[in-house]
Design a binder for this molecule. Structure first.
Ligand code: UDP
Length: 384
């Protein structure tokens, strides 16, 4: 007998899951999304005035170390090689980021070899910190006060709206430190940009006769889900429970759009590390697709702020109070068996695209096995 599933959210989690369920089991899937487009926060579309492919909710670069995930996304569309090279303004100078040998030599006005730079940074590092308990300690232990103040303190305070000492060390661990001239922002083996943007990747995933997408359809507790065998929810977990215990903290981003002739800043991303500049970074999207020609350019200045009720949630803050709240929502979710929770917003984690896709693939496999064996459906992909 064919199963009937409902997926709330047409981002990567929802689309990967729909693809796996329909390609591996006998089922029909309805997807609802409250927005007017597929793709969640990875949505891309061409800007009418310039023809540039714009990442509507901020820059997304696809990275992974897992061949199976790379092969999976490449089975839908062509990805072209793209290396993300970020520049950063600190004081009145422009530096190379992530911190690499060039940054160190520029910043300290030296000409260190890799070994010399490493030895030098060790003299700056705070060795009294054995086990870094937060973002600031992680920075002080590994790069020392000078580089931390120049590149991380001001930017992080603007980005997260709090002292870096209140944030988990894991946020800083996202960014490598290198003692060579490799200025690739990411460390992964596979990296690229889909030729026609990310939305097309997801549209292809759900291009199946048994999948029906309804856009502009918001889920709420009044929705009739009785006709579905199971529901997969990929929106914010606090919204699912109508904020019964309060709102989880997120930072959101406000994008200020600008146009220019030719090339505005010469690179995809320029970070502004000083606290007295109100924005965090400017991204110029035509540099994501160097194989395309555009006479005009579009760029976005990003301002970070606290999320209000009408804002799109971006970065989960995961402060201690948030994690307490999350526990309550998860406990409530675990008292039922009809709805599973999946993805960045439903699990309240800072996840990259490859994490989301990998987890959705794994979760789909787990769910399918459970269903085949008449076992209860997994409710979350992660232990938390
Ligand atoms: N960060 C910073 N200075 C920079 C870039 C990043 O302090 O120039 C910190 C900041 O706290 C940020 C974190 O490092 O939230 C992770 O940076 P990443 O570039 O991975 O953030 P994303 O692109 O996801 O916004």
């Amino acid at each position: 007998m064919s199963n009937h599933y409902l997926i709330i959210g047409a981002g990567f989690s929802g689309c990967v899951l729909a693809h796996q369920l329909t390609s591996k089991t006998d089922c029909t899937v309805d997807i609802w999304d409250e927005r007017s487009h597929t793709g969640g926060n990875c949505h891309t579309q061409r800007d009418a005035a310039t023809g540039v492919m714009v990442h509507e909710y901020g820059p997304h670069i696809f990275n992974t170390d897992k061949k199976e995930i790379w092969d999976f996304v490449n089975s839908f569309v062509e990805f072209r090689p793209y290396i993300h090279r970020v520049k950063a303004k600190s004081g009145d100078k422009i530096y190379s980021l992530p911190v690499n040998l060039h940054t160190i030599n520029q910043f300290f006005n030296r000409h260190f070899t890799p070994a010399e730079a490493k030895a030098f940074l060790e003299t700056l590092a705070d060795n009294s910190i054995t086990e870094p308990g937060n973002f600031e300690e992680q920075a002080l232990k590994f790069i020392g006060k000078e580089l931390y103040k120049a590149f991380f303190y001001g930017y992080t305070k603007k980005q997260w709206g709090c002292e870096p000492s209140a944030l988990p060390a894991s946020i800083l661990k996202r960014i490598p430190v290198r003692y060579n001239y490799d200025d690739n922002y990411h460390n992964n083996i596979y990296t690229g940009i889909p030729v026609d943007g990310y939305t097309v990747v997801m549209e292809k995933m759900v291009a199946h006769p048994n999948i029906t997408i309804t856009l502009n359809k918001k889920y709420d507790s009044l929705a009739d889900i009785s006709r579905y065998n199971h529901v997969f929810y990929t929106g914010p977990i606090d919204a699912f429970f109508e904020y019964e215990f309060g709102r989880l903290g997120y930072r959101t981003v406000v994008f200020e759009k600008g146009y220019a002739a030719g090339d505005f800043q010469g690179t995809t991303q320029m970070n502004y590390c000083d606290a007295d500049i109100p924005y965090t970074r400017i991204t110029e999207h035509k540099h994501f697709t160097p194989w395309e020609q555009h006479d005009k350019t579009i760029y976005f200045t990003e301002y970070s702020k606290e999320t209000t009720e009408t804002d799109v949630p971006y970065y989960p803050k995961r402060l201690a109070a948030d994690l307490e709240l999350l526990k309550k929502y998860r406990a409530k979710a675990e008292k039922q068996d009809k709805v599973s929770f999946l993805g960045r917003l439903a699990t309240y984690r800072y996840m990259d695209m490859h994490h989301v896709i990998g987890e959705a693939l794994q979760f789909a496999a787990q769910f399918i096995i459970a269903a085949q064996n008449n076992q209860p459906a997994p409710l979350f992909p992660n232990a938390e």
